[in-house]
Design a protein around this ligand. Structure first.
Ligand SMILES: Cc1cc2nc3c(=O)[nH]c(=O)nc-3n(C[C@H](O)[C@H](O)[C@H](O)COP(=O)(O)OP(=O)(O)OC[C@H]3O[C@@H](n4cnc5c(N)ncnc54)[C@H](O)[C@@H]3O)c2cc1C
Ligand code: FES
Ligand code: FES
Length: 496
């Protein structure tokens, strides 16, 4: 066991013996370190003003992630490097190429959002050579400019590598040395930190995690904290003890196991997107619109499921694909595992089938087989960085006679849990995939759902959309030339 938190702040080693489990990185920077370059806008992961870059080892290689400091807990930085806007200036006082590009392109009108934009661009530059405009827009979708000066900021993203070649970037030149220093910090001891506000535990193996959850079944499990962070900053909840899953490397793995993909519960959304894109381009689009890049860098597949939100985006897609959830707990002879269909995990609003001492270990997602049609759509008020009003994912299996032999229609935003539309599915099975079948299924949706009625959408609107998504599915599978997606139209508008 280790009782001190260790990470690099820039190139300086920080060791902390006492720390509250939910002290945010932002509060620590601004209030404790007096590093006020990183700003607070919303304190809920939405605006990007607080963006910092975290370098962490991923299977021995350095990976730089833009994250929201306002909802990230400081002790989760154990073994990482934290870079803030203060670290950009050169020893001679010269601006970093990202900053210089912002100046030259007139990308900064206020001091409030600018540090966040700069840090998002820095992460992009450190990870990718010559990003296209699509990637620059992706990387910046989690940053709000209240005066809408996006054009010059995107121009700065295009300019930064012209100002100074990426290979000559100080952070990349130092990468090997930092990797070595982080490798030395990444031990396999369980980190236990005590603070006035409670205890933070971070095991490094599945066995140590299972033992801790068995001893503290009431503990709050924390993965990416993109939900849990808001319980602290918005709901002012006191969480004690906290068990952090992020140091268990085995939980981050994504493996191809033949007819299915296996996602460790800590697989992050960026990697989940890459893997799911292999199954369907629509899953790629769904994940591209999942939060902003900062949220996708931190958030995990296990957190999206275990949170049990009725409007999470992955559960409908994974239920439609007939995914299995693997839950693990400590047993007398090691680890006991229980596999359940993902859909049965969601019992009722905010109530899931997770027993004391259990944690989500993995999700198994079958690949699409011959004769299967698949669809995933998200409808939200804003195109980027917004939670769904309705999310629909559908999988149909067509028999050799051209009739539907199996239908799995799953929706988010239509009930207190992500849920299948049993009556609509029954209306489809045995039918040919055509307008008549869709009309019957759309009519049956009102037996399946009494939708949520809230600020995101009215119940009437949700029911209407749920039917329209089925119609879109039919159009997309029968009229390939018809443009049905805003994403496609936007790409045409921007890129010609
Ligand atoms: C700005 C913003 C935008 C967002 N946009 C979207 C969006 O577009 N679509 C969407 O679906 N969601 C969105 N979210 C919500 C959130 O990002 C997701 O639900 C995310 O996947 C949560 O994952 P996490 O790793 O951050 O979970 P955490 O916040 O760490 O945990 C969430 C819950 O899961 C539990 N938990 C985590 N891991 C495990 C485990 N392995 N076993 C058991 N319990 C576990 C935690 O105890 C907690 O109850 C957004 C959030 C923010 C702040
Ligand atoms: S302060 Fe708005 S995202 Fe953190
Ligand atoms: S430049 Fe800061 S809000 Fe637009």
């Amino acid at each position: 066991m280790r009782e001190s938190l260790r990470f690099l702040l820039g190139d300086k080693l920080v060791e902390i013996d006492r720390c509250d489990p939910t002290l945010t990185v932002l509060d620590w920077l601004r209030l404790d370190q007096r590093m006020t370059g990183t700003k607070e806008g919303c304190a809920e992961g939405d605006c990007g003003a607080c963006t910092v870059v975290v370098g962490r080892l991923d299977r021995g290689r350095m990976r730089y992630e833009a994250i929201n400091a306002c909802i990230r807990f400081l002790p989760t930085l154990d073994g990482c490097q934290l870079l803030t806007v203060e670290h950009l200036k050169g020893a001679d006082g010269a601006l970093h190429p990202v900053q210089q590009a912002m100046v030259e392109c007139h990308g900064s009108q206020c001091g409030f959002c600018t540090p966040g934009f700069v840090m998002s661009l820095l992460a992009l530059r450190l990870n990718e050579a010559e990003p296209g405009i699509g990637r620059i827009e992706d990387a910046l979708a989690g940053n709000l400019c209240r005066c809408t000066g996006y054009e010059p900021i995107i121009a700065a993203g295009r300019r930064m590598d012209e100002i100074a070649p990426r290979e000559a970037d100080r952070f990349l030149l130092e990468r090997e040395a930092v990797t070595t220093r982080l490798a030395a910090l990444n031990d396999h001891e369980t980190l236990v930190l005590q603070g006035d506000g409670g205890r933070f535990c971070a095991p490094a193996t599945v066995e140590a995690l299972a033992a801790l959850v068995a001893v503290h079944p009431q503990a709050t499990l924390v993965a990416g904290a993109t939900d849990v962070g808001l319980w602290v900053t918005k709901a002012m909840r006191h969480l004690d003890p906290v068990i952090y899953l992020g140091r268990v490397e085995a939980l981050r793995a994504i493996t191809d196991e033949g007819n299915h993909l296996r996602f460790g519960a800590m697989a992050g959304h960026i990697d989940v997107r890459t893997a799911l894109a292999e199954l369907s381009p629509q899953l790629d689009e769904l994940m591209r619109r999942f939060g902003g890049e900062q949220v996708r860098n931190a958030g995990t597949i296990g957190g999206n499921i275990a949170n049990g939100s009725p409007i999470g985006d992955l559960p409908p897609a994974l239920i439609a694909l007939d995914a299995t959830l693997v839950l693990a707990r400590r047993a007398e002879t090691g680890i006991a595992r229980r596999s359940i269909p993902l859909e049965s995990f969601f019992i009722e609003y905010r109530k899931q089938d997770r027993r004391p001492g259990e944690f989500a270990e993995a999700v198994l997602v079958p690949k699409l087989a011959q004769g299967m049609l698949f669809h995933a759509s998200k409808v939200s008020k804003r195109f980027d960085e917004d939670i769904s009003a309705v999310c629909g994912a559908f999988r149909l299996t067509l028999g050799s006679d051209g009739r539907i032999s199996e239908a799995r229609l799953a929706y988010g935003g239509m009930a207190g849990i992500p849920k299948r539309a049993a009556a609509a599915e029954a209306a489809l099975v045995g039918q040919r995939w055509n307008e008549t079948a869709v009309a019957a299924a759309v009519a049956a949706l009102s037996q399946d759902f009494t939708p949520l009625d809230d600020m995101r959408a009215s119940a009437h609107y949700r029911l209407k959309i749920a039917g329209n998504l089925l119609r879109r599915f039919l159009i997309e599978t029968t009229q390939a030339q018809t443009q049905t997606r805003v994403a496609g139209l936007l790409a045409e508008a921007v890129h010609g």
